[in-house]
Design a protein around this ligand. Structure first.
Ligand code: NAP
Length: 491
């Protein structure tokens, strides 16, 4: 069985405590690797290494940093197939999506490597003669990156790529459910030539490693993606130390189908949005809002299509949906299905754990549809599984009200042929991302990604926004008059 260590100061080592934990395949229960369970002492060692290497890395020219990141992207590309399989084995998404996860990492690293030749600031005029004003971007120092399990290559690559190109050094803690993928990604950065101490990885639990990263004084910036409960706790602890924190949290994404929508197109989008990655995407469609005039048609066809989805071994290319990622996730999803039934939503199809034969070895849940009404817990709280609640509406205004009346605001979508409604929805939907005639999933790495309300604290990843998260702006005044000049307010 594979062993994965911590990566500190350019070396793979055991945890200080020598403790380990296992990572398993959620489809089969097979143990994939034994991983080092770091603790507070290991985080201090990682921060020591990151602090020591910061000066040199900061001074290393940004285009050269970009070359290392580009090399990492190229290694990922060479290994895409085997890494995609690794994602599928460790996390459970179907093989096409496993490779898609790796592809997103490649795309982002290729994109962000180019930022080494931009890192743009401003130049502007001065109120005084013979004086020039400008801004430059500087790294923030040591960054703590804490990531979830649902995109084990893509999400860490977004954070590591942007933090590193900006000249920061990193202490990285991946999810305890996907440490094998994280180790593979770090190995790739090592092979690409990342200098010792610049990128450090400490695997281990949220309570030890995660909290130690949040508390470590020298880590001044935190970049976190995960659930809202953890995000709140991290924000509150970090705020006492006045740390900078970027949070990408949960969601409850609506997809609206208007009466004039292309129903065939909408159905494809609904199925992909709701059941892709077994609903375990932050942008997954978890609420379907359907106009009463097309409700029966959509429901009839959706039920048929949902029942026909093939659930099974995610390595089998003919399978549509794999397992959920482990026992805790399974329990949470089944519990929400139970809540939905108890609060009076109509269970239209699915709803059960699959236990027979090979299913019994893993965490498989049937794709589940509820006919629900707005206001139920299943229509307001994040489930993060293959459960879609369908809500009927009778007007555009009602649809927008229902879509917005939740605590989250990451992704949103509307299917309509009416260009006026489409544009109004762009203005009206309270979400960081709005799709027109496309499902709630489908981010592209050169555009900003993030949400409003409890989905985060205003941070955006990817796109040009990614650099802002990991840099300080320094304002520079250059006086070449050769005499003391006073700005207006000082005269
Ligand atoms: P999670 O339980 O919040 O954990 C995320 C990461 O944080 C893991 O590495 C976890 O460590 C660590 N962690 C948890 N509590 C912590 C604490 N108090 N202090 C420090 N670290 C802590 O989330 P998850 O179950 O992995 O991921 C699913 C969630 O992520 C969903 O809510 C989903 O919406 C969200 N998500 C959001 C986005 C976005 O961009 N908005 C993208 C993807 C996922 P352990 O693994 O060791 O527990």
């Amino acid at each position: 069985m594979r062993e994965c260590g911590l990566f500190i100061n350019g070396e793979w080592t055991a945890a200080s405590s020598r403790d380990t934990f296992e990572t398993t395949n959620p489809a089969t229960g097979e143990v994939l690797a034994r991983c080092a369970a770091g603790n507070e002492e290991d985080v201090v060692k990682a921060a020591d290494a990151a602090a020591k290497s910061f000066g040199d890395w900061k001074r290393f020219p940004a285009p050269k940093r970009g070359e290392i990141i580009l090399k990492a992207a190229s290694i990922l590309r060479q290994q895409k197939k085997s890494l995609g399989e690794m994602v599928t084995r460790e996390m459970g998404k179907v093989i096409a999506e496993g490779e898609g996860d790796v592809q997103e990492a490649i795309d982002f690293l290729e994109y962000i490597a180019g930022e080494g030749r931009r890192m743009l600031g401003e130049t502007t005029t001065s109120e005084l003669p013979n004086k020039r004003c400008m801004t430059v971007r500087q790294p923030v120092g040591i960054v703590g990156c804490i990531t979830p399990w649902n995109f084990p290559f893509a999400v860490p690559s977004w954070k590591l790529g942007a933090a590193l190109i900006a000249g920061n050094t990193v202490v990285f803690k991946p999810s305890s459910l996907t440490p094998l993928c994280a180790a593979a990604l770090v190995e790739i950065f090592q092979e690409a030539g990342i200098p010792p101490g610049v990128l450090n990885m400490v695997t281990g639990s949220a309570q030890t490693v995660g909290q130690a990263i949040v508390e470590e004084e020298r880590i001044r910036t935190l970049s976190f993606t995960g659930g809202v409960a953890a995000g709140r706790e991290i924000y509150s602890r970090a705020s006492k130390k006045l740390k900078r924190v970027a949070l990408e949290l949960g969601s409850k994404n609506p997809l609206i189908v208007m009466e004039d929508a292309d129903i065939d197109l909408a159905l494809e989008g609904i199925l992909f949005g709701a059941f892709g990655t077994a609903g375990q995407r932050c942008t997954a469609t978890s609420r379907l809002l359907v106009h009463e005039k097309v409700y029966s048609e959509i429901m009839d066809r959706l039920v048929r299509r949902t029942k026909a989805l093939k659930v099974g071994d995610p390595l089998d290319p003919s399978v549509d949906m794999g397992p959920v990622c482990g026992p805790e996730q399974e329990l949470k999803v089944l519990n929400y299905i139970d809540i939905g039934v108890k609060e009076g939503a109509r269970l239209v199809c699915g709803g059960k754990k699959l236990k027979e034969g090979d299913y019994g070895k893993g965490f498989f849940i049937e794709p589940t549809l509820f006919e629900a009404r707005h206001g139920l817990r299943i229509t307001k709280e994040e489930i993060f599984g293959p459960v879609l609640s369908v809500i009927k509406f009778s007007s555009y205004e009602e649809a927008i009200h229902v879509a917005n009346d939740v605590d989250y605001g990451l992704s949103s979508s509307i299917y309509t042929r009416d260009i006026n409604k489409a544009y109004r929805a762009i203005d009206d939907l309270e979400a960081g991302i709005t799709y027109i005639n496309a499902p709630t999933i489908g981010a592209e790495v050169h555009l900003p990604f993030g949400g409003v309300k409890n989905t985060g604290n205003g941070a955006r990843e990817a796109g040009t926004a990614a650099i802002a998260e990991f840099t300080e702006i320094k304002t520079v005044f250059i006086d070449y008059s050769g005499k003391l000049q006073k700005a207006q307010i000082e005269r």
